[in-house]
Design a protein around this ligand. Sequence first.
Ligand SMILES: [Zn+2]
Length: 490
Amino acid sequence: MPAFRMPSFRDGHCHPLFAGREALGPNISDCKTLLELQASLKLYSTEHADVEWIDASSYSQALAEGRNRFDLDNICDLPIVLHAEDHHTLWVNTEALKRAGLLEHIPTLANGIVDIDEFGNPTGILREWDAMRLVLDKIPALSLDAEVEALSMAQQKLLSLGITQVQDAWIDPGMTEIYVEFAKRGLLQIRTDLALRFDPQTWRDDLAYFKNCQQTVSDLGHARLAINAAKFFADGVLGSATALLSQAYQSDSTNFGKQVWEPAEMQAAIDSAISMGLAPHIHAIGDAAINLSLNALESFKTNLRLLKNPPVIAHCELISDFDLARFADLGVVANMQPLWARKDDAVTSCAKQIGQDRVDSMYRMRSLLDTGATISFGSDWPVSDPNPLLGAYTAVYRAAELGDGWSTQESLTIQEALEVYTFSASQQVGQTPTQIENLADTDFIVLSANPLTASRQELLDICVRETYIEGKLVWPVEAHVQISRVHAPN
Ligand SMILES: [Zn+2]
């Protein structure tokens, strides 16, 4: 089949720096059993005698079921931290809990859970950011060179998949500085928008720092680096039973999930973000969290239209019928992760939490489009594979490989899926979409074949051959040579 040229992909919600950092540590994503996991961690610890902590990603929720810290003891003397696939849960060993002081005292947390056993001792499972950071903050920070290298690796991966623009959807203090350094060293190629994370506990104190970050980026004047978004978490995730639901979890009838913000406080924070020119980018998974987020945005309807980027609700896993049409009415972009819309382990295990009926009504892409709403796609990488072609395939067939589709009434056509991953995602990050006929000076890719006319099997086989930004070939190039030239290993 002849090669096919089309606009490049945009990822409307991902975490390149987190992904790059993860790539520096051991990869446990292929471990299927506890024995495999233990063996791989042991091997890593013997091959890396210099590391002080083992920080590995990412295990499947199924593998961790019923496990605790003791399963990770006796592998080595080091503290061990494992990230779950959803990146909202950690599984750590006793040494890591000890270093974090959690064996002596477990603090009360506004938005996090340190799981305890019947004796009140921590089990080694930590849920949500407030709990996770108790351990993560103890891990020695990477050097700036290592951070820049992490970002380089992430960028290469994204370019190789035809992605030329991203929304980094979680910027905490210290991360803008890394992007700025990356740009100053002449390494930044991907158009990157940063979403500064507003934390319910600290956002008022953080405002001055956020303004500093904006000033630094604007002084830098790099055409491909911007800060136009503010990240909010409205809830957690279904896998940890922390996504906020209107009806209780089936697994625990007293649990409705985690409401991260008091509505009035969220309004105040959104108001501040808007006044700084930042478009809200709100993580909301459960139907109640999506409802709260839409309510919060509704009161700023007119001001939101003045911002460079549109407001975004990210993930949108469970949308109630009531809220479906409000996305279009309010001009809120629904950023969704197409790769999640298939019956894999994550979706199957959700059935235990929320029941099959609610599971089958997840990821309402078709319904949203039919209301006239804008959907944009993103991978949430490193939570899932950043490959847009795989994402687009899944949005069409709602299945892995050639398996049976799941809830296919919500399927998109391949044309729609590609548009969502290109035009709509670029609108989400404030860029004028490119028409296919004037690609020459702009961002485009060359695919091995035309996805619009491909059979199902052919679609699975299509790959990106070349990626161009402003008409210049950026992948494949000898990028790894470039990186090592800047960072001679020492
Ligand atoms: Zn995310």
